[in-house]
Design a protein around this ligand. Structure first.
Ligand code: SF4
Length: 463
């Protein structure tokens, strides 16, 4: 087999990224960029070190094994497991990508054009989950640009959820009465091709300034109805743990904030970020909930499982918000495998989102019926705990609407005709509404304890 030599160059980081990585304990001497020779011989990999922890009957193991030992063989565990190393060594240029994924000269030219509008960024870890020999690989579709982002780019909207309209101070979205979204940065470890906030990628990477954070916290302090604050991005875990603690500890001092939620894809695309330092910090400020974003069973790796386990042991419950994507997870089988794998690592399948109407994502969107059919194919066939709620996040600030298959065949006042998951039909008696009976006269009491009817009689006699 032909030997491949792949050079990992330290990526140029913007000022904001430097601030995210400020507490990095590694210096450049730990990573000799461009000096690593990587063999692409998969046969030499020790299978136990890279096998996926899920049931993968549909693909032979050699095709789904992580390619860490094919492409990153010479990277020692100490660096591979260091999230800052992973972050610094993201693949952001098409020329780099072509060293891992077979791309013709024409394909490279097309992808360069796409990346000018919608940049590319993949962590070495996530890249290692891709089967480079399969152009339709479901992991690849989430990370590697497609020319269809441009050819179908006129369809959809830049900001379908109209988040700008609900922005009350820079970075703070207040749409629902009791909860707010606090956007701390637009930096993500990976640019997911289906992202709702693709419009932000061209802005070059920013982190909210101390003054902006102050303004957001002031707003929350003044609005006592806010009991739930969601830290979002970009990805808030790109901030250093110290920076995050500064925000979280100040939120915790606001009495009416009951719950803090973190929206992050780190457990999926860079699970090494979920280290002991982060978990110990989060444990101090509970209740903190974490929403993450697994889309495919092959993302549920031993590394991801370990990250989730650390969070759970720190008292942070984890919910999964998957996005329904064409060719990635748009079948009953794909969703069932994913949700079963999530339950095995104690992550609750929470939402299955219809992919938002975002420019540059049309090729990944499915008809809405695909989602309801998936739920229908799961409900009853597996535990209810494994069935997420299928939702559409409506444009123009309409909020989330859950969609269910229709199980009601007919309904009268006294009865429902229902079908179950096996298409068997059942008649179900609908209890009548309880009409309060006329209370006895002596029960009708005035505030002073004298029966009302007696008072009325007395009033009539005196007249
Ligand atoms: S991690 Fe989330 S915010 Fe970042 S690119 Fe992916 S989907 Fe978008």
């Amino acid at each position: 087999m032909k030997a491949a030599s792949v050079k990992l160059k330290r990526q140029p980081v913007c000022e904001s990224e430097k601030s995210c990585l400020e507490s990095c304990s590694h210096n450049d001497s730990e990573e000799p960029p461009g000096k690593r020779s990587i063999s692409d011989d998969l046969e030499e990999e020790p299978p136990s070190r890279h096998s996926i922890c899920c049931d993968l009957k549909e693909e032979p193991p050699s095709k789904v094994a992580t390619t860490r030992y094919r492409f990153f063989r010479d990277i020692p565990d100490s660096l591979w497991n260091d999230w800052k190393w992973q972050f610094r060594n993201r693949i952001t240029r098409v020329e780099q990508l072509a060293q891992f994924i077979p791309l013709s000269t024409e394909e490279q030219a097309q992808l360069r054009l796409v990346a000018m509008r919608y940049p590319l960024s993949v962590t070495p870890y996530y890249l290692s989950l891709i089967n480079p020999d399969n152009p339709d690989d479901p992991i690849r579709k989430q990370a590697i640009p497609s020319p269809m982002e441009m050819t179908m780019g006129s369809m959809g909207l830049e900001d379908p959820l109209d988040e700008k309209r609900d922005t009350v101070v820079p970075g703070l979205v207040h749409r629902y009465p009791d909860r707010v979204l606090l956007v701390l940065t637009d930096i993500c470890p990976m640019f997911c091709r289906h992202c709702t906030r693709k419009r932000e990628w061209r802005n070059g990477g920013w982190v909210r300034s101390p003054a902006e954070v102050e303004a957001m916290l002031n707003y929350i302090s003044r609005h006592k109805a806010v009991r739930d604050v969601i830290l979002s991005g970009g990805d808030p875990l790109t901030l250093s743990t110290r920076h995050l603690e500064d925000v979280i500890s100040r939120l915790r001092k606001i009495k009416h904030v009951e719950i803090i939620r973190i929206g992050t894809r780190f457990p999926v695309v860079l699970p090494q970020r979920i280290d002991n330092e982060l978990c110990s910090m989060l444990a101090k400020y509970g209740p903190i909930w974490l929403n993450t974003h697994f889309n495919h069973v092959r993302e549920v790796t031993p590394e991801a499982a370990q990250a989730c386990d650390r969070l759970l042991r720190s008292g942070v419950p984890i919910n999964n918000q998957s996005v329904l994507l064409r060719g990635v997870n748009d079948s009953v089988e794909a969703q069932t495998r994913l949700c079963h794998a999530l339950l095995r690592i104690k992550v609750r399948p929470y939402y299955l989102f219809q992919c938002d109407e975002v420019q540059g994502t049309e090729h990944l969107r499915t008809p809405v019926e695909a989602g309801t059919k998936i739920i229908e194919g799961m409900r009853g066939h597996t535990s209810g705990l494994a069935v997420p709620t299928f939702v559409i996040d409506l444009p123009q600030s309409g909020g989330k609407v859950p969609l269910q298959p229709n199980y009601v065949l007919a309904q009268t006042e006294g009865e429902l005709v229902l079908r179950n998951y096996e298409e068997r039909v059942f008649h179900y008696r609908n209890p009548a509404k309880l009409v309060p009976a006329e209370p006895p006269a002596e029960v009708l009491c005035s505030a002073g304890g004298v029966p009302v009817n007696i008072l009325q009689k007395a009033a009539a006699n005196s007249g």
